[in-house]
Design a protein around this ligand. Structure first.
Ligand SMILES: Cc1cc2nc3c(=O)[nH]c(=O)nc-3n(C[C@H](O)[C@H](O)[C@H](O)COP(=O)(O)OP(=O)(O)OC[C@H]3O[C@@H](n4cnc5c(N)ncnc54)[C@H](O)[C@@H]3O)c2cc1C
Length: 543
């Protein structure tokens, strides 16, 4: 969306996977927008702020919610095949935490359809695509971004691109966890790279766990399934959500439903092996086929279950990265020349907990704004020299390789360290958190970092050397994990997705604050950041 705002001939897109394979293509449920007469932008904003447990910046939420209907119509004009009502209006469905059925959708392939449409528009605009170019670092000269360094995987060589402005839209850091709905490439690259370049990160401790993922594979079963009327049942067949969110039941926000399932598992009311059931059988085959065809297919292929007749085994898993690179509502980061949008950014619309349907919306609203801002900024800034930073990068790059290391040992070490890291995060910085566990996690991460630094890396072997990519991604994950665990340990309260069994209450007096993190040679330096309140004062969050 950002690239389409820039005049032709002045923009390029680099991506580590083919654009249509970006994670957005996996999104099923939809995009929130107050389109119906009985709905309102204020209602959308109020639900978002309440969902965020009052940590969202209310001006950013207002911006997103007020631009939402226009962006949905723009996507419609660009060719998105939204599902429609019998009267021809764009159809909308309920997702968790919303007081109105306001998610616009394209069956249960919403992300796929929008991604394909935007891709076609990029082709139509003749925007050059640098495919399987992996961003490794930003070039920063005189405290301003002057370009970027990539590993061109198909060619097996380094590339530099000088640019007046760089927009990062590199997605989330979900793969810092072992159990995650995210693709294996969601390794927080842009978050770590901007942090290394000096940008401020915010609120990384807020990690969303999705309540309904397939047991074992953690493939997501869309909230649309509960939106269409699915029930959650424990091993006794009980609809247990009545215990946790009496009114909203299965349509409570994700943090509440995830904790409810985790509590059922912890208290011995789940199936042995640690899971509960999602029951859609009462909906009937016709509704399922019409509104949840992909969910039915995923369940058949990956769990061997036909949801029209049988209940589906589900468990919570990491799903979304609420924190990211701190930006303003135009995508500007703390580093001149660097903008960010989408899941890698933190403009602070989701606060401590994101509502379903607000993330795809965030990517298009703030992607569009970042593109417009970049077009303006580029014409004022012009391109800078990047000689010194390129030389620094080159020295660092060369110092990493050791010709005595063999490829097999290299790969083995990376796999081992990545597994150890992601298991520590899942076990110790998960749905329920406690100081002693998180201190232990911080110590583990420090040790893994030391080991990572001391790894000898065999020099590049030529085209498609995925081993190198795996090595770099592990470095990004370690940086991000350190900030997630450190921020979570520091925040001695429970808010949204961050739940501390040793501090089970929200503490507005001390913690109505963002967590800002900057990189130092000794690790992250944390600082409080003011939350911009607006019309809505914080109150108890009850569903
Ligand atoms: C299974 C699933 C279902 C979801 N369903 C919904 C939903 O229904 N509604 C909703 O609102 N949200 C949903 N979400 C969340 C939403 O899909 C994501 O937050 C959103 O799509 C993120 O978009 P993005 O453009 O920021 O990142 P992505 O779509 O993840 O794209 C990241 C891009 O960055 C590139 N990249 C990353 N690192 C590098 C690098 N080092 N060098 C070069 N390129 C790089 C990748 O190649 C990719 O093209 C869902 C998420 C998942 C996982």
């Amino acid at each position: 969306m950002a690239a389409l705002q820039v005049p032709p001939g002045r923009v390029m897109i680099a991506t580590k996977v083919y654009p249509t394979q970006s994670h957005s293509g996996a999104a099923q449920g939809g995009f929130n927008a107050a389109m119906a007469e009985a709905d309102s932008v204020e209602g959308h904003a109020a639900d978002t702020i309440k969902g965020s447990d009052y940590l969202a910046d209310q001006d950013a939420v207002d911006t997103m919610c007020s631009e939402a209907p226009e962006v949905i119509l723009q996507l419609d004009r660009l060719g998105v095949m939204w599902s429609r009502t019998g009267a021809g209006r764009i159809a909308q469905r309920a997702l968790g935490g919303s007081s109105y059925a306001r998610a616009c959708y394209a069956a249960d392939m919403s992300g796929h359809v929008v991604l394909q449409t935007l891709y076609e528009q990029v082709l139509r605009a003749d925007i050059p695509l640098l495919v399987e170019w992996h961003l490794l670092a930003l070039l920063v000269e005189d405290e301003r971004v002057a370009g970027a360094v990539f590993w061109d995987l198909p060619a097996g060589r380094l590339r530099t691109v000088r640019a007046a402005v760089v927009i990062l839209a590199t997605g989330g850091y979900g793969r810092v966890y072992a159990k995650s709905t995210n693709g294996l490439g969601s390794t927080g690259d842009g978050v770590a790279i901007s942090y290394r370049a000096g940008a401020v990160l915010s609120d990384l401790e807020f990690v969303q766990f999705h309540p309904t993922t397939l047991v074992g594979t953690n493939i997501l079963i869309s909230e649309g399934a509960r939106g269409e009327g699915g029930y959650l049942r424990n091993a006794a067949g009980e609809r247990f959500m009545a215990r946790y969110a009496r009114d909203a039941m299965e349509l409570a926000p994700r943090d509440i439903v995830s904790r409810a399932i985790a509590s059922e598992i912890r208290d011995g009311r789940a199936f042995s092996g640690g899971y509960v059931h999602l029951d859609l059988t009462h909906l009937g085959s016709d509704i399922i086929e019409q509104r949840l065809p992909q969910v039915r297919k995923l369940a058949r292929v990956y769990a061997g279950v036909d949801i029209a007749h049988d209940q589906l085994p589900v468990e919570p898993a990491q799903h979304y990265s609420m924190g990211g690179i701190r930006t303003d509502v135009s995508g500007q980061t703390s580093l001149p020349g660097l903008l960010a949008a989408g899941e890698c950014a933190n403009v602070s619309v989701h606060g401590a907990n994101r509502l379903g349907g607000n993330s795809l919306l965030e990517t298009v609203v703030f992607g569009r704004r970042a593109g417009r801002r970049a077009a303006d900024a580029a014409s004022q800034l012009g391109r800078a020299e990047a000689k010194q930073s390129w030389a620094r990068f080159g020295d660092d790059w060369n110092s990493r390789f050791d010709p005595r290391t063999d490829l097999q040992r290299d790969a083995h070490n990376v796999v081992r360290l990545r597994r150890a890291l992601t298991e520590v995060m899942t076990r110790r910085v998960g749905v329920f958190r406690r100081a002693d566990e998180m201190s232990a996690a911080a110590g583990d991460i420090r040790m893994l970092r030391e080991e990572y630094r001391s790894l000898g890396v065999a020099p590049p072997t030529g085209p498609f050397d995925y081993r190198l990519i795996a090595h770099w991604e592990l470095g990004f994950l370690l940086d991000v994990a350190e900030v997630v665990a450190g921020g979570a340990l520091r925040r001695t309260e429970s808010r949204g997705a961050h739940f501390r069994t040793d501090h089970p209450r929200r503490d507005d007096r001390r913690w109505l604050q963002h967590t800002f993190a900057r990189r130092t040679p000794d690790g992250p330096q944390f600082q409080d950041g003011e939350v911009r309140l607006g019309r809505l004062a914080p109150e108890a969050r009850v569903y």
